[in-house]
Design a protein around this ligand. Sequence first.
Ligand code: ARG
Length: 463
Amino acid sequence: MTDKTANTMWGGRFAAGPDAIMEAINASIGFDQRMAAQDIAGSRAHAAMLGAAGIISTKDADTIREGLLTVLSEIEAGTFEFSTALEDIHMNVEARLKQVIGESAGRLHTGRSRNDQVATDFKLWVRDQLDAAEAGLLALIDALLAQADAGADWVMPGFTHLQTAQPVTWGHHMMAYVEMLGRDLSRVRDARARMNECPLGAAALAGTSFPIDREMTAQALGFDRPAANSLDAVSDRDFALEFLGVASICAMHLSRFAEELVIWSSAQFRFVTLSDRFSTGSSIMPQKKNPDAAELIRAKVGRIMGANVGLMMVMKGLPLAYSKDMQEDKEQVFDAADNWMLALAAMEGMVRDMTANRESLAAAAGAGFSTATDLADWLVRVLGMPFRDAHHVTGSLVALAEGKGCDLPDLSLEDMQSVHGDITKDVFDVLGVQNSVDSRMSYGGTAPAQVRAQVGRWREVLK
Ligand code: ARG
């Protein structure tokens, strides 16, 4: 036992202060000081409501609200001294408020508890992060739309199993990520709308006997309404879990794109050149230009998904209402948020700066018998062959070309006719990659006209 005196916030029941180890495991001020602005916003709304409802005098309410601004400015200026003995941001702020304004500070905690206070602070913090994520997603989508627009008709190989499948367009490939990130954007907005209920006024767990006005505090803090069940309000962390879920899916998307950038920027592919601003060198190999940002983005999903699983495990099996376990909710969310925002910003920078190497893309687009499907389709369309037979004939032609060490357009008409006598020279029209992509006009297909239509649609949606 240390010789510390009992805590001033609840000292009435205690004869002695906590053991140093107790203080170390219990304190959250080391990390929850990140919610200082939200804590003070919540307290200012609460004080205004207490004054308006006649629960405290308007004079006290005004003094408290002013004093809280002073405390906030100290925190923002970096002059505030955080104390571990005061455990968390809530008690640090309140203790300092008392030093600043005196005894009336003691009236602030009327009709509330740290349980509804922390739920409110954390929700406000996560809500801010969802707004930041929305901005980050919009910026990244904008960068992708610019790439897609510029390269709507640039041909490149489309892959399945990372094997050349059919030619696609650069714009089409970029727009695939726009679709993914567009769903992330929609999930961000859904999560924000669902979480936007105010826990403040739930008090410790049961509500309060004071005639508080929860509509007023909810409105002041930008919530749509007060949370309807006080037990749920103080013990709900779904909003943080949803945040992490949305972040995890988005980080997974970013990791897939990052992986493609790593592959594409390699000497073996040369599909893209990343800018110097988003590349690094090697301390030993002078020729190296490494896609470190892409690799790190590829990795971020690990810690973000880890946070998601981590918080799920913290919440699993907790009885109603608040348990101190829930203090373990913050650090993982903070870390995940920081890294999600960073990954979004880094990806946006890379996408804006990167140059697609049109020649390499085009050369690769024609390799690997990428227009074999176009040839099979021609046999169906022109010769009336059942697709299965056409597939077989085309397979033989591919084998023939492979044996000769050439691509399909390099076969002679005699070569073609040796496999099927009805083939005419018109077949060569469909073996070019540009023709191949132009022909894929089905909705959502890779034809440049379709890609441009999708770019236009997204620009309209995001207006
Ligand atoms: N620091 C605490 C947390 O983050 C605040 C709530 C404390 N509530 C309590 N009943 N001890 O969860």
